[in-house]
Design a protein around this ligand. Structure first.
Ligand code: SF4
Length: 265
């Protein structure tokens, strides 16, 4: 496959492949792909994520050029860029995101850019670096309800992630978040989380079933029924409409990223 060869030859990582996503062929045929930058080793250890954990040894400064080249060669219409956490770096890797955005704008101006970023430990200096070359959509996943953070995202903070979303909204960006369900949360907690997102000006929410990547990861607590997903859609539409006069549900910027199997923040 054209895309697969290009990734191999340029030593690029995609979440599509890392997660063995079943929608991979469909996305790539529609000229949408999700790149994972800043290496393949993460400084955090989320309970649901199958990315290698450790202390990365280097920062690949040439990576933005290679990813931008791949985006151009594939003539992507929409690109999603995510990363591992690089807490050991002073800017958390924000400058690499920013440089990549700049290069994609320069070489493939018709491609919309969505970045799915780590929390950068809440450092506004890192946020400012992102804003030097802003994306079309700023995505940051809450992943789960606050009660589950100790098990699901032990090094993250629920309020810090909400504040990040609000910060980028205040800078004029379209904001997005995602959560997994079936990992131990209740329906009521999900509804409360939606209210928190609206209060912090999140424009788009995606909800996906959690799937356990290996026996060493958090177990699936339950499989959420289609009826419950329909309930979230109805509740979410009401919440967004009542609070902000909009309904984000039904907007489709990319076909994948149901949460729960792999590395994203
Ligand atoms: S979800 Fe993100 S931050 Fe957490 S371990 Fe995976 S790559 Fe690292």
């Amino acid at each position: 496959m054209e895309v697969r060869n290009l990734m191999r030859n340029n030593k690029l990582n995609t979440v599509c492949e890392e997660a063995r996503c079943p929608n991979l062929a469909e996305c790539w045929n529609h000229r949408t792909a999700t790149f994972m930058i800043l290496g393949d080793t993460c400084t955090r250890s989320c309970g649901f994520c199958n990315i290698k954990v450790g202390l990365p040894t280097e920062l690949d400064l040439d990576e933005p050029r290679r990813v931008a080249e791949a985006v151009n060669n594939l003539q992507l219409r929409h690109v999603v860029i995510t990363s591992v956490n690089r807490d050991e770096l002073q800017d958390g890797g924000a400058s690499i995101f920013s440089e990549l955005n700049r290069l994609i704008r320069e070489t493939t101006p018709d491609c919309t850019i969505e970045i799915l970023i780590p929390d950068f430990k809440g450092m506004e200096d890192a946020f400012e670096i992102i804003m030097q070359n802003p994306p079309d959509i700023l995505n940051h996943n809450l992943e789960t309800v606050p009660r589950m953070y100790h098990a699901v995202r032990p090094q993250a903070k629920y309020q810090r992630s909400l504040d990040l979303i609000n910060w980028f909204h205040n800078r004029g960006l379209k904001t997005k978040s995602g959560i997994m369900v079936g990992i131990g949360e209740t329906k009521e907690e999900v509804v409360d989380l939606m209210k928190d997102l609206v209060a912090h000006h999140c424009d788009i929410l995606t909800i996906g079933q959690y799937l356990q990547p290996t026996g060493n990861h958090l177990p699936v607590h339950r499989f959420v029924t289609p009826e419950e997903f329909a309930f979230y859609k109805t509740e979410g539409s009401k919440t967004w409409f009542q609070n902000r006069g909009i309904s984000s549900f039904g907007q489709k910027f990319l076909p994948c990223r149901s949460a729960g199997k792999n590395g994203h923040n």
